[in-house]
Design a protein around this ligand. Structure first.
Ligand SMILES: Nc1ncnc2c1ncn2[C@@H]1O[C@H](COP(=O)(O)OP(=O)(O)OP(=O)(O)O)[C@@H](O)[C@H]1O
Length: 239
C-alpha cells in the first residue's frame, strides 16, 4: 500500500484553507458541506492551483513543497484526476479520450501505441464496444467508466475522484457504484474521493470531514457515527 500526505494552506477568495490529509493507502473519502473546500483540495493536489503553502508527497515522491521550493507541473505529477462532470473532451471519441494522457510528457507515446493500450484497458473494463463512440452519445454511466479509464491509463500514483457518481440518475448510480467499488478494490492504488453520499463509502475507508477549509473530524463511518462532530456529519450518516 502506498503512503501519501498533503498539507494545503492558503487563502482563496473567502476560503481559508488549512488541511492535512494522510493515508497509508486504500480509499480516503473527503466529505463536508458545500463550499467547505473539497474540490479545492483535489485541484491543489492535482497542481491546478499555484501560490499555496503546500507540502504534497505520494509514495515517497515530493510533488510540491513550499518549504523546499519544489513545484511539479500537473502532468508530471502522474495523478488520475476525474473532475465533477468528468471533463471528457467532447470533440474526441472514447478511444482518443482514454489514450490522451499517454501522448503527453513524460511518456509521449505515439498514437498507435497509445491507442493499443487504451483498447486493452477498455476491454479490461468491459466497455470495449464504446471505443469509436462520440462523447456526446454516451450515457452518464458510460461517461463515468470512460473517465475512470482515462484517469487510470497513466497508472497514476493517486486517483482523485470528485463526486464520481453525482451526475448519474438513481438507477445508474447503483450499478456504477458497484462497478467503481470493484475497480477500486482490485488495485493497489490509493484513492482520494469526494462524495456527498455515505453509500459510496466502504466500512473500512477512512473519512475526513471538512468545514470552512478545516478538518473537523476523521475516522471510519462507524467512528464518525459514534460521536458526530456536527449536524452535517449527523445528516450525512442518516440522510
Ligand atoms: N480561485 C479561487 N478564487 C476565489 N475563491 C475561491 C477560489 N477557489 C476556491 N474558492 C472559494 O472556495 C470555496 C470552496 O469551494 P470548493 O469548490 O472547494 O467547495 P466544495 O467543498 O468542493 O463544495 P461543493 O460541495 O459545493 O462542491 C468556494 O465557495 C469559493 O468561495
Amino acid at each position: 500500500m502506498k503512503h501519501w500526505m498533503a498539507t494545503i494552506r492558503g487563502q482563496l477568495g473567502r476560503l481559508n484553507l488549512d488541511v492535512t490529509l494522510e493515508s497509508k493507502g486504500g480509499v480516503l473519502a473527503l466529505i463536508g458541506p458545500n463550499g467547505s473546500g473539497k474540490t479545492t483540495v483535489l485541484r491543489a493536489i492535482a497542481g491546478a492551483i499555484s501560490g499555496l503553502d503546500a507540502e504534497i508527497e505520494v509514495g515517497g515522491e515530493v510533488l510540491e513543497s513550499h518549504r523546499k521550493g519544489i513545484w511539479m507541473e500537473p502532468e508530471q505529477r502522474q495523478l488520475g484526476y476525474v473532475p465533477q462532470g468528468y471533463g471528457l473532451f467532447e470533440n474526441l471519441n472514447v478511444l482518443e479520450n482514454v489514450a490522451f494522457g499517454l501522448g503527453l510528457a513524460p511518456r509521449k507515446m505515439n498514437r498507435k501505441d497509445s491507442h493499443e493500450r487504451a483498447r486493452k484497458l477498455l476491454a479490461e473494463m468491459g466497455i470495449a464496444e464504446l471505443e469509436g463512440r462520440q462523447v456526446k452519445r454516451l450515457s452518464g454511466g458510460e461517461k463515468q467508466r470512460v473517465a475512470l479509464a482515462r484517469a487510470l491509463i497513466i497508472e497514476p500514483r493517486l486517483l482523485l475522484l470528485d463526486e464520481p457518481l453525482a451526475a448519474l440518475d438513481v438507477e445508474t448510480r447503483k450499478t456504477t457504484r458497484e462497478f467503481l467499488k470493484s475497480r477500486l478494490s482490485a488495485q493497489e492504488r490509493p484513492v482520494l474521493m469526494v462524495t456527498h453520499d455515505s453509500r459510496d463509502i466502504d466500512p473500512e475507508a477512512h473519512v475526513v470531514v471538512l468545514d470552512k477549509g478545516r478538518v473537523v473530524q476523521n475516522g471510519t463511518l462507524e467512528e464518525l457515527g459514534a460521536a458526530p462532530c456536527n449536524g452535517f456529519v449527523r445528516a450525512f450518516l442518516d440522510p
